[in-house]
Write a protein that binds this ligand. Sequence first.
Ligand code: PLP
Length: 299
Amino acid sequence: MTLPDYSQGAAWQRGSYVPIAQASVPLTDWGFLRSDAAYDVVTVWDGAFFRLDAHLERFLRSCSRFRLDPGRSPEEIVAILEQCVRLAGLRSAYVEMLCTRGQPPWGSRDPRQAANQFYAFAVPYVWIANEEQRRRGLDVRISGVQRIPPASVDPTAKNYHWNDMTMGLLEALDAGADTVLLTDAQGNVVEGPGFNVFAVRAGRLVTPREGVLEGITRRTVMEIAQSQGIAVEARALPADELRGADEAFLSTSGGGVLPVTRIDGETVGSGEVGAMTQRLAETYWAWHRDPRYATPVRY
Ligand code: PLP
């Protein structure tokens, strides 16, 4: 008998661990059929989870907003996440926990009768920007595609309602840009596929307040700013204000603080990666070694 190969990642599904390539969700799970699910992603860097408690707390909050019950204690969830990382032998990982609606009994369309399901997986660390993009800064397109309004789907509960993001991303990639930022009905930028956004103006940070996931990286950037005496405003960010910023950057668990140096083909500020962006990125990575935020994986 050959041993399972977890080298590409490991998943937990309905009671057992499997290599990531074998992980699946039943076709009739509403998580698949209706994007009816909540999830979160925590990273492992250099052998330690980063801000595990914050991600767990957000996951459980997202589940409860969508009336989903993962049916496990935070301790049980951590044990599963850790085992996925351990099986895959990853020192740096992208670790996802999710809860789907499952399916109601045949013949019923009542979501209250569905048996919710918990899944998890660990794969190698995912970067939203490649090495070259991180060095030169991203070229971002501001899309006319509107992010689903918060009154329709609560963006603070991390979810898979991504058709707006995917269509915007396709449009941006076709136009030769690296990624996309979506707007709200008033033309303010909100967020993009997997990240929040910040503008730097006259030494202050501005980030959208409404219509966004409250990113853990966004929170980390705000806390770094506070610790360094940098003012932060969370408020509406009109697209033109972002275009006219001194610096701009994205924040995400998929790479931390990612510089943006072009928007819609025009340079942002000097067109180079800004000094403030660089400083925040360095501190972001330094905090990964801080015992306040790092939870070592027990390999
Ligand atoms: N906004 C959206 C829509 C996201 O999907 C993500 C992360 O996946 C973020 C923002 C950034 O959140 P975090 O910093 O917690 O990774």
